[in-house]
Write a protein that binds this ligand. Structure first.
Ligand SMILES: [Zn+2]
Length: 163
């Protein structure tokens, strides 16, 4: 199992579902169990029904915002958290750096075993939030532009990615 945790300030962004056309190589026999399942080898045949694997367009539900477009616009100053293990229509961004001087550990990973404790106080949390909202004000503006400011919230807390 992969497990990774983050504790600190982050942006929580909600995107909207949209229908998107996607061009894929697949078995396009609608009767087949493998219909529209992406394949990579053109010119081969479906191993279920024997139909030729051809290029076609399928409609699928996608997200109104691509985190990769967002990070490009903000030069990776904020990073999407969780990689491929994110939830549908919820994108989390964390700073690509720790508050300086780094007072504590922000990332926890089972491959970096350690034991420690850190006390969090209302003051230390506010300090983190001030650092985040001030230091990344221009990037947060750009993120607001992608999601709509009503869909973007600055939070402080625990974020986890598990698979
Ligand atoms: Zn097939």
């Amino acid at each position: 199992m992969y497990a990774s945790y983050f504790l600190g300030p982050y942006l929580r962004c909600v995107s909207q579902p949209v229908r998107k056309d996607r061009t894929i190589l697949a078995c396009l026999n609608k009767e087949c169990d493998k219909y529209s399942q992406p394949r990579t080898i053109p010119g081969s045949f479906c191993n279920k029904c024997g139909s030729p694997i051809t290029e076609g367009t399928v409609q699928e539900e996608g997200s109104s915002v691509s985190p990769w477009d967002v990070t490009e616009d903000i030069n990776d100053a904020l990073c999407p958290y969780g990689g491929e293990f994110t939830r549908k229509f919820i994108d989390i961004y964390i700073a690509n750096q720790s508050p300086t001087p780094a007072p504590r550990e922000y990332h926890f990973d089972k491959y970096e075993p350690h034991a420690e404790d850190t006390e969090h106080t209302p003051e230390s949390i506010q300090k983190d939030l001030d650092w985040f909202t001030t230091g990344f004000a221009s990037q947060i503006d750009i993120v607001n532009g992608h999601y709509g400011s009503e869909n973007v919230k600055v939070c402080w807390g625990h974020v986890g990615a598990y698979s």
